[in-house]
Write a protein that binds this ligand. Structure first.
Ligand SMILES: Cc1cc2nc3c(=O)[nH]c(=O)nc-3n(C[C@H](O)[C@H](O)[C@H](O)COP(=O)(O)OP(=O)(O)OC[C@H]3O[C@@H](n4cnc5c(N)ncnc54)[C@H](O)[C@@H]3O)c2cc1C
Length: 324
């Protein structure tokens, strides 16, 4: 952030400018932090819905992240962490406090190709695509499951993202995060509590990176798995609409999509939000101008109530909801 960005921000209207003043002098992090005021969250989620974040912060260095966290902690300013926003619904009035995104911290490295050829270090802001590409270049297998799964590594770890080919829990050896005060916390695999589309990584910590253990595998084999997965996805998944992938988790022994379809809900809509006619577990936005976060939430509740009535099953959300 340059000093001119700060003064422009201060001159702005809205809550962000007041919060920026409350944070105090930021000159010590000026070069290492991208900061935006009253930033529309619709720009940062694949659903393209939601109101503004008071402050949107993207650190270029971990030290800047630690300083911002420390300062927010000392002033009791709420902080929310988001990745690529591919599994996120932001409510219409936006997010109070600071939203932190690690998009600038996205290194993927292989620190010891001779001694530990399968070890990869990855920063949380790296996209799953970047990680997969690096593994392919080094001919390391184990994360083929990421084929076509969008998002950041940080979001993927928190969500234990995956497909029928595997999930993050299969390859993680350590996760590193920062606590609210900016202190570093390391967790080995077992302390992360990975399970189906969830983990025990605490919501008040920001995941900054992980160590992964992969295994040598010929490039052609990796590519075949990834392409097979992508082809299967192309057949089954809606395209050309804003979405967040699957909206609900599959209940034990069944599929949310099957239950929703069998309840006759395919094509059901609230304003511009619709239960995809192609895949019933994808609640998508067909017409953005005609859709608010409240409309999508109303559709979520409608689907949940109908599935409970017809099947006696309460669906849990995979989608994460933030904001006011
Ligand atoms: C087209 C499409 C297809 C998809 N297919 C799949 C699939 O096959 N399998 C699957 O598992 N998912 C799938 N998803 C959902 C989504 O891609 C995953 O959940 C992904 O891992 C979310 O990553 P993200 O960076 O976008 O996280 P976000 O959506 O930004 O955030 C998700 C959660 O993680 C938290 N979070 C994010 N980053 C951090 C961090 N650094 N530190 C702490 N908390 C953090 C957020 O607070 C939030 O609670 C799909 C989504 C789309 C749009």
């Amino acid at each position: 952030m340059t000093s001119s960005t700060v003064s422009q921000a201060r001159a702005g209207e809205g809550r962000g400018a007041a919060l920026l003043d409350h944070l105090g002098d930021l000159r010590d992090v000026a070069d290492d932090l991208e900061l935006r005021v009253d930033e529309p969250m619709s720009r940062h989620t694949t659903l393209r819905l939601g109101g503004p974040a008071d402050l949107w912060a993207r650190p270029r260095r971990i030290s800047a992240l630690q300083r911002i966290l420390g300062r927010a902690h000392a002033r009791a300013i709420p902080v929310t962490f988001v990745g690529s926003g591919t599994n996120l619904l932001v409510r219409d009035r936006g997010v109070r406090g600071i939203v932190v995104n690690l998009g600038h911290l996205s290194e993927v490295s292989r620190p010891d190709p001779e001694g530990a050829p399968g070890r990869i270090e990855v920063e949380a802001g790296a996209s799953t695509g970047k990680l997969l590409k690096a593994a392919l270049a080094w001919e390391l297998g184990g994360i083929e499951f990421l084929g076509g799964v969008p998002g950041s590594v940080g979001g993927g770890l928190v969500m234990n993202a995956g497909t029928y080919l595997g999930e993050f829990t299969d390859v993680v050896t350590e996760v590193r995060s920062l606590g609210r005060d900016g202190a570093l916390i390391r967790r080995d695999h077992d302390a992360c509590g990975f399970r189906y589309r969830a983990s025990d990584l605490p919501p008040d910590e920001i995941v900054i990176g992980a160590s992964l253990g992969l295994r040598p595998r010929p490039r052609a084999e990796i590519e075949a798995d990834v392409q097979g997965l992508r082809a299967r996805r192309r057949e089954r998944e809606p395209t050309g609409v804003s979405n967040s992938g699957s909206t609900f988790k599959n209940p034990p022994g069944d599929y949310a999509g099957r239950l929703i379809e069998a309840a006759g809900l395919k094509g059901t809509r609230v304003a511009g939000a619709v239960v995809s006619p192609k895949h019933a577990n994808w609640l998508v936005v067909e017409r953005r101008q005609a859709c608010t976060a409240a409309d999508l939430l109303a559709l979520v509740e409608l689907v949940r109530a109908k599935v409970a009535e017809v099947h006696g099953v309460t669906l849990d959300l995979e989608l994460k909801i933030i904001g006011e």
